[in-house]
Design a protein around this ligand. Sequence first.
Ligand SMILES: C[S@@+](CC[C@H](N)C(=O)[O-])C[C@H]1O[C@@H](n2cnc3c(N)ncnc32)[C@H](O)[C@@H]1O
Length: 203
Amino acid sequence: MESTTPWTLGKPTRSPFAVPSGLSGRLAGRIMLWTNRQQELLGLLDVREGEQVLEVGYGPGGLIRLLRRTPARRICGVDPSPQMRDLAARPHRAEIAAGRIDLRLGTAERTGFADAEFDCVVSVNNVAIWPDLRAGLGEMHRVTRTGGRVLIAWHGGTRPSRIARGLVLPPDQTARIEQELRDLFSAVTRHETTTLTVWSAVR
Ligand SMILES: C[S@@+](CC[C@H](N)C(=O)[O-])C[C@H]1O[C@@H](n2cnc3c(N)ncnc32)[C@H](O)[C@@H]1O
């Protein structure tokens, strides 16, 4: 099982939800697919015809499945877990072969994509796991074109599930996310969906 040191914890975690691997990682991936409700994000993302979208930390690929139904020209993703890459890629063989979907190994801090490559960059239930918040947001800023949109979402919202209630971040940590976004982006706005607290920002 892999470990990582999230900035929100300040100590290593071996949670199978943080960097899924092995049997427990496979189970965590299935649970995320069953339980994560991310349809409401599509309205906030507002993906337009021909856009290029990047998801940071796609996990088992629940949002990739939803993005596939938008008019995006290209849907890319990075996640450090090879197991999650396999799980997320499984339903999309044809579109991966055609180049519309491109799921890579990588991290929020180091996506491997070019400057200003994306119109829209999104990360769900991922920001609190990064080892370095500033480095992750800085990388999202780098790969987003001027005028492009960034969306960061974490467990919260108006009706979080019983399990997710324990994952809601304390006010000092949500304030830090918001402040670091304001340092880098413009038009930073906070939204509450049913199960997520979401920050939208413009590069
Ligand atoms: C709780 S899961 C969420 C997955 C997916 N976004 C969802 O909502 O179903 C967290 C994911 O973040 C990935 N992850 C861990 N550290 C990361 C990092 N530094 N950068 C990007 N992704 C990371 C893990 O491999 C895992 O797939």
